[in-house]
Design a protein around this ligand. Sequence first.
Ligand SMILES: [Zn+2]
Length: 457
Amino acid sequence: MNDRQSLQDHLVETVQAFLKAANNDASEARKLLSGLAPVLRGRVLFDTLADVVSGDRHLHSLAANLHVIGPLSERGNEILVDTLSRIAKFLDRKSPFIIVNIGQDGKPARIIQEVAGISLIEFSPQDLSDPGTVAHELAHAFALSDHRALDEGFATYVEYLVATGSHDAACAELSRSAAEAPSLDSLLAHRWRDRPCFEGMPGSHALAGLLAGRLLERMGTSAFLQMISSVREAKVEDARPLIANSLGIPLHELSGLLASVATTGRHGTKIRPSPLQFHRIRTSFLLGQTDGLAAEMGPWREYVLANPDDDDAAVHAVMLALLARTVPDQAEEAARFPLEAVLDGLRRRLPHDPVIFALCLAWEGAKAQTSTSYLALRDCFARARAIAEAALDQFPRSCDVLVAVAKLELQTPVEYGGSRGRAANLLTRAAAVAPWPDVAAILAGTAERLASPLEIS
Ligand SMILES: [Zn+2]
């Protein structure tokens, strides 16, 4: 291995050593800089480091992976450190190695990644007073694909995530800003190195941001970052095949997904479903009826994502998603609904609502249906049993809770403690407190059938 190759391999460490040396040992810094010359000469990074050695620029290390060159301000430093650590936490990733170069006001912020592993970010002093700009550029350092729809999308999503503090709120905000953007298909089909789709068009950034949020939600951070690096390595013009591949779906399904993200974006706040639809979902959920609910999931999902504060709608959308999961041709649409995240939010905001207990029970039951290992199954039933006991203690006269526990009894195999007799008893109690006579009659009928000896057909 020659010197150049070994320097390339240790570039990040060498630059790190340079920055340390430059802080208090100019002659050591000069030596390291001339060592870096064969690999870095002619690059912006090299010129920036040379400015430090010559004494033209001041250097400051804010953290192991975060160094600032240029005039400092206490507030600016604080925003940098705080924002970087928040992004790292959101993504559950270590911070990449970043050198911030503070230039003059008036120049737009930008990121330069000339060599793998080292990001040079140029900010003006004014940029550093704006956490949104800081979050956006720092986010680029975590994931660069050289594909503008993916890169701007990811950075814009993180910018909104840092501003709002949650995935759902970020997506709702992005939906509102995404109006009037070009189609996602056209944004993804080209790398847009010449930028015409993004320059001065905030709608494109927001729509691409919404897409990044949805992709992260569906594939998880690791697969998303892997997809970003595969797009970068393959230098593809059209990112769609690699995205579909990472999602594990055929290309034609991806365009359906893109269209649904774009619809959420274009229309912003959706129309709230009617009271009749609320009622239908509630009773269908109580009775486990799935007929007539086809095609409802899409509009509910869009409404709930665009209106994250509407708890009542979220409750009903979770009911619908739980029902739709059990219907083969709706399961896929149901899987697009972020059930777990929405339910977590509801649990936090409405910890004393019996309906939320009922939803959690149904969710545990649904997970049990799909779990393949004996241990996972036993865990599900144990968790569900604990929730059921707490719920019955607190809400002995809630129809939702009584029915949910009854369903759990029926779902739980006898060897795990399920009991038909207990289910019948719970349904009788539920029928007595059911708010609607037709529902009460069906519950009572089911209870009676369960109580009679098993008929074998
Ligand atoms: Zn950007």
